[in-house]
Design a protein around this ligand. Structure first.
Ligand code: SF4
Length: 411
């Protein structure tokens, strides 16, 4: 895979060495066991896959290169980001510190009106991509967007899949978080080709299925799915032939369950057999990206270790990170932190993504030796932050020296 140039401050020499060694030993990525970092009375189990993915590194490289080119050319061009580059507070703060301004918040609310933009401004499109409406707005202002478009190729793949499904006259069901930038972008790109509707989870999918089976009157669809269907959506006609695509970062098991459920709904409704299911359901694979699959599989592999707690590092609004948390918390006490929020051996400040609040937990480290901690991070989290967490924990057990030795061991 392509190597990107991202600022060195985001890298961790130790984690880079560990990842390199694991990759050399397991080129086909079949081994999902975690890496044990034995620090004496502290055992850290580091997931096999975590941290910056292809799309995030690509976006960061383009953003920082653009800043540097603008500085060197001395043109003083203004640089804007459509919204957060990626869902990581440190990276976004660093970009802002370099003078980059955000046009919108993550919900799509304007922070700076588009009317204030000029044709010579540089607008960076984030890794999640954006809607066709916004692309057109920028083009109409004379802004060249192609050069500064950091949309991840794995997101574009979902748009291409939608187009293929649409060509075969299927309606597109998008499984994703309706307010997430990527899902809004995919909805926009899909709905120019075919009627489209978003479902956020299984509960909402079950409600959608009731319109397919006729259990629910079509008149209530428009209120129930307000804001989630494309213009001109005809619930009676447009749910007869469907195909599913996903936001790239959803939980793999949810995604599979939703596609299977909709397929079974169509099979029952139209009395289909294996050879003619395709008349009503586009039987395609999910559109989760490789990083989502790798990171979730690595967490599933890591959870086979008998540990005391798990720590997941990532942005609180990061979809892929929240799913890693979801997997961990089914099995053991899990702490979702976005920086070095480990305040002391007694207190940790962490995020409850169900209630959307940061909470303080005391006595999170058990009074036993060795303490066994599972550690991973989301696809937009710099490895340097994960190393910071490791160092902090090591400090509580006077094991800083052991961390330094690990670098020799893995190098
Ligand atoms: S999580 Fe996947 S789709 Fe999103 S930026 Fe990374 S590689 Fe691309």
């Amino acid at each position: 895979m392509k190597q990107f140039e991202v600022p060195i401050i985001y890298r961790s020499p130790l984690i880079t060495a560990i990842k390199k060694k694991r990759k050399e030993m397991d080129k086909m990525k079949k081994d999902y066991t975690p890496t044990l970092l034995d620090l004496g009375s502290l055992h850290i189990y580091l997931a096999r896959h975590f941290g910056f993915c292809y799309g995030v590194e690509n976006a960061i490289e383009i953003a920082f290169r653009t800043i540097e080119e603008s500085r060197q050319s001395g043109t003083g061009k203004r640089i804007f980001l459509l919204s957060e580059m990626i869902h990581n507070p440190q990276v976004n703060a660093d970009l802002q510190a370099h003078g980059v301004k955000f046009l919108q918040d993550t919900q799509g609310n304007a922070l700076i009106p588009f009317e204030e933009l000029k044709a010579e401004d540089i607008i960076l499109i984030p890794a999640f991509g954006t809607t066709l409406e916004i692309e057109n707005k920028l083009r109409n202002l004379g802004i060249r967007i192609e050069e500064y478009n950091t949309t991840c190729p794995f997101v574009e793949k979902v748009w291409n899949r939608s187009e293929v499904i649409a060509k075969d006259k299927y309606t597109i069901v998008i499984h994703g978080k309706p307010k997430h930038e990527e899902t809004r972008a995919t909805f926009s790109h899909a709905s120019v080709h075919s009627p489209s509707v978003i479902v956020k989870d299984m509960a909402q999918t079950e409600e959608l299925a009731k319109y397919i089976t006729g259990e629910k009157s079509s008149s209530s669809f428009y209120e129930e799915f307000k804001g989630l269907y494309s213009e001109g959506f005809d619930v009676e006609k447009d749910l007869q032939r469907i195909g599913v695509v996903n936001q790239t970062t959803m939980l793999a098991s949810d995604t599979q369950a939703i596609a299977d459920f909709l397929k079974q709904t169509m099979i029952k409704k139209y009395q289909l057999a294996d050879d003619n299911t395709g008349e009503h359901f586009a039987d395609t694979r999910d559109t989760l990206c490789y990083a989502t699959n790798d990171n979730q599989n690595a967490v599933i592999g890591m959870l086979e270790t008998n540990a005391d707690l798990a720590i997941v590092v990532g942005g609180y609004n990061s979809s892929n990170t929240s799913h890693l948390v979801e997997l961990c918390e089914e099995k053991l006490p899990t702490y979702f932190i976005n920086e070095e929020k480990i305040l002391s051996p007694k207190e940790i400040l962490h995020y409850n993504f169900h209630t959307k609040e940061e909470i303080l937990t005391t006595n999170y480290l058990p009074d036993k030796k060795p303490v066994k901690i599972l550690l991973t991070s989301g696809a937009s989290c710099p490895d340097a932050l994960v190393e910071g967490v490791m160092n902090k924990l090591a400090g509580f057990y006077q094991a800083e020296g052991n961390i330094e030795q690990l670098l020799d061991e893995f190098s």
